[in-house]
Write a protein that binds this ligand. Structure first.
Ligand SMILES: Nc1ncnc2c1ncn2[C@@H]1O[C@H](COP(=O)(O)OP(=O)(O)O)[C@@H](O)[C@H]1O
Ligand SMILES: [Mg+2]
Length: 492
């Protein structure tokens, strides 16, 4: 059967809106690690599939009749927190601990509410005690989660900052920190679960993120609460996802987590899995296609070898990503979209011309997206990238450090935001930063083991987790950024 360009679509950018996610889901090693064992923190860059993992997990667990609780993004509001709560300085109250207690409170109450909505009423036993507690505390009120969290924090804040006698203050605070109110019900929660599990999924904590004191305490308090509840209750499992770069920039979190490394899973992809991801979607959209190897399915849409240096089309495309599903989906969609708009839409498979024509737009949107992703850690990053415009993409260490030194001393114009952090660094550190965000790749020397099957001898931070960068002599700008920046191969 003739496969048609008209129906060709490789997916959508976000898992929440992806109707094909469950039927096209790719089981990665990360996913397997998350489903078994005690992983409760899922880390990943934007578009690596954090929400996808949670959706798939929710689907699987529902099928097993377990209870799924999802805390939705609209319900956190960092701005609201900052506006509502006093600053740490004002009342010298340790917010991290307060948030952790408030989170535990919120999660326990939410679980109890869900349990009491299940099935029949009990006259006695754990279900009845939970029901009675909720009835007495929350009769007629329908507090949203963030409201519940804030009111618990407010109670603590009121005592800390209020004018009470010291002894009363301590006693009251201890009651709140130790969740005295619900402590007696915790065993009832476990008992009421019986053969069920309760899975609490908390995603998109980065939405509305403003790096404020409250935002940081909110997230680190949640981590602590999750670890503590997961250890306490066998039938409850709390899973949190977080963008990797946010996680690395919350010192309390990062330090805490070093002690509990085995509960963290970082989502990672490799080339075969990304090929599978696209192939599964192609099969779905083009049902006339023969079920075949993933390679052959790919080749029915993109000609296998590009007339450009005999590169394989899959390698060419995957080489222009940081191994994130959202990127490869976007690039493939851009190629299809570009071709659809042509005066005479071409027959499949696409060739080098089609892939190359879509590259500039893709490159531009990826560069801007990466800069947006790092806007708190490295504000004004785009102006630093712009200093490379029109240059060659190959650098030996000396010429790269030389370029960056010019940036640091202001010989290349960068934005004021960017010079606020660049200006105080040395070139070597800037090299590390550019490598960690994926802008440059390092020439691999020796038998380095990396998640790469093909393509270039240069490796990016998405392909190899530990690399002693200081020993690297040659770098190049990652191909994803080249088209937009108009980079050329050096003649040397
Ligand atoms: N394991 C997977 N199998 C199939 N598609 C996936 C998988 N992981 C991610 N995707 C797809 O990639 C895109 C980005 O994933 P998403 O979960 O939204 O990323 P994140 O939440 O990390 O930003 C979505 O379209 C999603 O459906
Ligand atoms: Mg998401």
């Amino acid at each position: 059967m003739e496969i048609s360009l008209k129906n060709l679509n490789f997916g959508v950018p976000a898992a929440e809106r992806d109707d094909d996610l469950i039927s096209c889901f790719v089981i990665t090693e990360s996913y397997q690690n998350i489903t078994k064992g005690k992983k409760c923190i899922v880390l990943g860059n934007r578009g690596t599939g954090k929400s996808a993992v949670f959706r798939k997990l929710a689907d699987e667990e529902k099928a097993k009749n377990n209870i799924i609780i999802q805390l939705a993004p609209e319900e956190y509001s960092y701005e609201l927190l900052s506006n509502t709560l006093r600053k740490e300085m004002e009342g010298s109250w340790a917010k991290h601990g307060a948030y952790s207690a408030a989170w535990k409170y919120l999660i326990y109450v939410t679980i109890m509410k869900n349990l009491s909505h299940q099935g029949k009423r009990f006259k006695q036993g754990p279900e009845a005690r939970i029901y009675n507690y909720l009835r007495d505390q929350y009769a007629g009120t329908d507090t949203n989660p963030i409201g519940m969290l804030i009111s618990y924090l407010k109670r603590m804040e009121g005592i800390k900052i209020g004018k009470y006698e010291a002894a009363i203050k301590t006693a009251e605070l201890r009651r709140l920190y130790s969740l005295e109110e619900i402590e007696p019900l915790i065993n009832d929660i476990e008992a009421a679960c019986r053969n069920k599990k309760v899975i609490v999924l908390i995603d998109e904590l980065d939405k509305g993120w403003d790096a404020s004191e409250d935002a940081i305490a909110f997230v680190s308090g949640l981590f602590q609460a999750a670890v503590s509840i997961n250890n306490k209750l066998n039938s409850v499992k709390i899973l949190i996802s977080l963008r990797k770069e946010l996680y690395e920039n919350i010192p309390t979190l990062y330090e805490d987590a070093q002690k509990v490394r085995d509960i963290i899973e970082t989502i990672e992809w490799d080339e075969p899995k990304l090929l599978e991801l696209i192939a599964r979607r192609v099969i779905k959209k083009l049902p006339g296609l023969q079920l075949d190897s993933y390679e052959n399915i790919w080749n029915s849409v993109f000609s296998e070898v590009l007339d450009y240096r005999q590169t394989k089309s899959f390698n060419y495309i995957v080489d222009r990503t940081l191994y994130r599903p959202r990127e490869i989906i976007q690039y493939c969609n851009d190629v299809a979209e570009y071709s659809r708009r042509m005066l005479i839409p071409p027959p499949l498979p696409f060739n080098y011309k089609h892939i190359a024509e879509a590259e500039y737009g893709y490159s531009e949107s990826r560069l801007k997206d990466i800069c947006a992703e790092y806007r708190f850690q490295f504000p004004g990053l785009q102006s630093l990238m712009e200093t490379f415009r029109g240059q060659s993409y190959n650098y030996d260490r000396e010429s790269l450090e030389d370029h960056l030194l010019k940036v640091i001393v202001g010989e290349f114009q960068i934005s004021r935001e960017a010079s606020s952090w660049c200006g105080s660094l040395d070139p070597e550190t800037l090299v590390d930063i550019l490598w960690s965000i994926g802008f440059i790749r390092a020439q691999a020397v020796g038998g380095l083991k990396a998640r790469r099957r093909s393509g270039s001898e240069y490796l990016g931070s998405h392909q190899i987790s530990s690399l002693n960068l200081r020993n690297i002599k040659r770098f190049h700008v990652h191909p994803m950024f080249r088209s937009y920046l108009g980079l050329k191969e050096s003649k040397a």
